[in-house]
Design a protein around this ligand. Structure first.
Ligand code: NAD
Ligand code: IPM
Ligand code: MN
Length: 369
């Protein structure tokens, strides 16, 4: 069979720096595991604006649609912050998600034993934590119409966005979450604000119906988003899978990142619907952004991006063992005391992005032999 196709979109800021380390893992898989991908590289975000004047060129979108999956670094930065919304770097990423139909965004937050002390929370609160946030990714206030800024005259302006969800949008993402919960701890928290928003009320009603119809073996609890934000800090281990809308999911996953020690640790998978052959469109990216404050210094943590590639192996290529190997290598390197600046602690060895990559590759050699 033909090699699987991966489209590489490094993007901006630390994106290219952390993606370089993933490229090394891909080469390693080729050399050591006989797993050969056809990797092509494209531009997205600010890099694409600088080259083509748009954050996502039509040809790049076409390549993304033709690929078996997309791996993305990060987009955005101060250089492009004053461009209109539809032309900003972030619009390129949003268009990719929307055009590929990637409605289910899986954001696992796992606390590695070696990093228990890197969290700002007490060790007992986070030790052993393993939760999965399923964020709806192609609907809600990110895409709702009408939207815009209008001049109301007499110096007043209005910024407008629309939160909207349909039953099918709710049901398809909740189905993904219920199915994941079924394979994990059989517990799902559905998070919205049904107390103040109609879209939240509909969300609650549809998730309740779906539960009764098909997932009574999974324990379902509804929770308001503000309470969830609090509970994640108070007692994160009460959660197994959380399903929530686009905006709440964005915020709650950044919060969950800090349970693990750093935003530089959190990977993600964005999945579309399965076709007749069971294949899904997919994009894998770290949860963090382009981190302009540390870009160009070779100090960013590449682990989130490397773990995102492990998710690609698991969800797009059915290579769970190879994914396990990457996760094991990361775990061992952290156990050995290697730390990028964001997870640095007293007594540990501070290292650069590149040296973290070196260490993980060396460890991959060990765990694979
Ligand atoms: P950010 O995630 O880029 O950075 C937040 C903080 O976390 C910064 O202090 C940064 O240094 C740190 N950080 C992030 N990733 C890190 C890593 N791998 N290693 C070490 N430290 C890391 O968020 P921001 O500063 O709010 O946004 C910066 C730009 O990135 C904006 O243009 C924003 O729109 C964009 N952004 C893009 C994505 C994406 O491409 N998916 C996600 C979030 C933000
Ligand atoms: C994320 C980011 C994006 C989002 C931005 C860059 C569009 O914050 O992937 O979490 O808000 O979804
Ligand atoms: Mn975000």
């Amino acid at each position: 069979p033909a090699n699987k196709k991966i489209l590489f979109l490094p993007g901006d800021g630390i994106g290219p720096e952390v993606m370089r380390q993933v490229r090394r893992v891909i080469d390693w898989m080729d050399r050591k595991r006989g797993l050969t991908f056809d990797v092509s590289e494209g531009l997205v975000g600010g890099a694409a604006i600088d080259a083509h004047g748009v954050p996502l060129a039509d040809e790049t979108l076409a390549e993304a649609k033709a690929a078996d999956c997309v791996l993305l670094g990060a987009v955005g930065g101060p250089k492009w912050d004053n461009i209109g919304f539809d032309k900003r770097p972030e619009a390129g990423l949003l268009a990719l998600r929307k055009e590929l139909g990637l409605f289910a965004n899986l954001r696992p937050a796992i606390v590695f034993d070696a990093l228990v002390d890197a969290s700002t929370l007490k060790a007992d609160v986070v030790r052993g934590l393993n939760i999965m946030i399923v964020r709806e990714l192609t609907g809600g206030v990110y895409f709702g119409e009408p939207r815009g800024i209008t001049d109301l005259g007499n110096g007043e302006r209005r910024g407008l966005n629309t939160q909207s969800y349909t039953t099918s949008e709710i049901r398809r993402v909740a189905t993904v979450a219920f199915e994941l919960a079924r394979q994990r701890g059989r517990k799902l928290h559905s998070v919205e604000k049904a107390n103040v928003m109609e879209s939240g009320l509909l969300w609650r009603e549809e998730v309740t119906k779906l539960h009764k119809e098909s997932f009574t073996d999974v324990e379902l609890q509804h929770m308001y988003a503000d309470n969830c934000a609090m509970q994640l800090l108070k007692n994160p281990k009460q959660f197994d899978v959380i399903v929530t809308d686009n905006l709440f999911g964005d915020i709650l996953s950044d919060e969950a990142a800090m349970l693990t020690g750093s935003l530089g640790m959190l990977p993600s998978a964005s999945l579309g619907a399965a076709d007749a052959a069971g294949n899904r469109k997919a994009l894998y990216e770290p949860v963090h952004g382009s981190a302009p404050d540390i870009a160009g210094k070779d100090i960013a943590n590449p682990i989130a991006t490397m773990l995102s590639f492990a998710m690609a192996l698991r969800y797009s290529f059915d290579r769970g063992q190879d994914a396990d190997m990457i996760e094991k290598a990361v775990q061992n390197v952290l156990g050995g005391g290697m730390r990028t600046a964001d997870i640095m602690a007293p007594g540990m060895a501070r290292c650069s992005t590149t040296v973290m990559g070196d260490s993980i590759l060396r460890e991959l050699d060990k765990v694979s032999s």
